[in-house]
Design a binder for this molecule. Structure first.
Ligand code: ADP
Ligand code: MG
Length: 267
């Protein structure tokens, strides 16, 4: 009997709110996982292409990208480009992705285009992190249908929990309709400001609501994190000693610990 093909663990980073740290968490969690020897792929699934830009991928290197996974039946092996981080690759948000949301409406298996591509090949990666756009449209549905689990970045602000019930309902709907084994990997609190009591209150609220799903690691608000993308680098390369970089290293460690527990429980 042939050995089963190595299958990547696919994690979608989703929250329909913009500016909550999806892209920042995708880039830096992926970098931290690559730093401990995992083979990691980021799929930039946002027409804004912030993950591609934040990783310093020039426009000239974005000829192929997620559009070709969705519409041209290509595989990640054929379209991924290397980043400056050893072991980290990216499928860029290329050309017509802004039109993709509309174009998807009329194609066959419109919710499964990404899943179908990853099933043709997941490129030998250990982890595939999908950076979603700030919407719950067909691009995000493709990510959720293709994913094993969702990671929800949540900004420590007053309205953090607002709109989350919509996301949870969407995840439940995707589970029923497209992807029964979809799991919530966790919730990660971002842009935590320890000088602000509100951050503590929001964190307590979120932990009360989601319990153990919430990562113990909290990502602090840190200026080095916000500077790094303009240099086309993950904060772990830009300033690895910064509080932000250290927090993402911790987050990756915590995620790997959860992964090992899950593997022991489910094989
Ligand atoms: P999203 O992808 O959810 O829209 P981003 O990751 O792009 O959110 O983050 C929104 C903005 O906040 C960006 O300008 C980013 O640089 C900044 N940012 C994200 N995380 C932090 C942090 N921990 N500290 C400071 N700035 C941050
Ligand atoms: Mg983003």
């Amino acid at each position: 009997m042939p050995l089963p093909a190595h299958r990547a663990r696919v994690i979608a980073l989703a929250n329909q709110k913009g500016g909550v740290g999806k892209t920042t968490t995708t880039i830096n969690l992926a970098t931290a996982l690559a730093a401990v020897g995992k083979r990691v792929l980021i799929i930039d699934n946002d027409p804004q292409g912030n993950a591609s830009t934040g990783l310093g991928i020039p426009q000239s290197n974005r000829e192929f990208g997620i559009y070709d996974l969705l519409f041209a039946d290509l595989t990640v092996e054929e379209v991924a480009v290397a980043t400056s981080v050893p072991g980290l690759w990216v499928v860029t948000a290329n050309v017509d992705l802004s039109g993709a949301e509309v174009e998807l409406v009329n194609v066959d298996r419109r919710e499964f285009r990404l899943k179908d591509s990853l099933e043709r090949s997941s490129g030998g990666f250990d982890y595939i992190l999908i950076d979603c756009p700030p919407a719950l449209g067909l691009l995000t549905l493709n990510a959720l249908a293709a994913a094993d689990a969702v990671l929800v970045p949540l900004q420590c602000e007053f309205y953090a929990l607002e709109g989350l019930s919509h996301l949870i309902r969407t995840i439940e709907r995707v589970k029923r309709a497209f992807n029964p084994s979809l799991d919530i990997n966790g919730v990660v609190l971002t842009m935590f400001d320890r000088r602000n009591n509100l951050s503590d209150m929001v964190a307590a609220d979120v932990r009360g609501f989601f319990g153990e799903k919430v990562y113990e690691t909290v990502i602090p608000r840190n200026v080095r994190v916000s500077e790094a993308p303009s240099h086309g680098k993950p904060v772990l390369l830009y300033d690895h000693k910064s509080a932000g970089a250290q927090a993402y290293i911790h987050l990756a460690g915590e995620m790997l610990k959860r992964e090992r527990k899950r593997q022991l429980a489910y094989g």
